[in-house]
Ligand binder design. Sequence first.
Ligand code: GAR
Length: 264
Amino acid sequence: MSRKIRIGALISGGGTNLQAIIDSCESGKIDGEMVFVGTDNPSAAGLKRAETHRIPSFIVDYADIIRTVNHHPDQAKIPSDFDMDELLQKQSVFPGKDNPEKVKKFLISRVVAESGLLEKMKGFDFDLIVLAGFLRNLTPYFIDRVNTDRGLPKIMNIHPALLPAFPGKDGYGDTFRYGCKVGGCTVHFIDYGEDSGPIIGQKTFPIEPGDTLDSIKKKGLEKEWELYPECIQLYAENRLHVERAIFSVGNGRTYQRSIVTIRE
Ligand code: GAR
């Protein structure tokens, strides 16, 4: 028995996945409603989609915050509950790992931005956040404040590749340049790593000899628009469970990771 879930979306660009999710809510394919759309990018074209569907939206201008932290650090609004050491222990991805000053600035700017997101989100009651082309890494500061129930992750992402292959910024480009014969997309829960969280669903498409990067992106996006609503509906039906799986890999050794099981 599914319930109507309240979904918040974070986007950075055109928002075609956002549109697919809104349409699926409206048509009943997802038992849910979109309650807000947030963005890091004031000119995100997807904001228009929110407006068309009368969905409240907000902007937290990451670029502006990053500039302030880099050039006027005294003006940065660092939240009082920010603990750099705790974050450094948990965070597993950041640029410039060998340069502690750079890492610190990166984390401070992201936490300032994320506390801005959290502040805006406070006004909305939501069950799930979907990252729909949100092109910023979220730090544990944000993730821990959303995932307050350890057994129930609340942040999903869609990635344009068949993870764990090709994490990062350019999934379809990396797939194409590698010469893959199959491409795909992945929906997963967010964890502290880059595109490394437990996988909920994946779809594939063939890459033919005449394909170009553009044709691959087109094929991929069409799969994304099917996959994301399906995964969100599984969440609405309360059928997704994250569990710690332990696999034997021979010689008495084991491999562990968190995986998603889908209940019947
Ligand atoms: C989609 O291809 C999505 O998979 C990708 O950005 C595009 C957004 O398109 N996301 C990432 O690369 C996240 N790392 P959209 O704005 O039209 O939905």
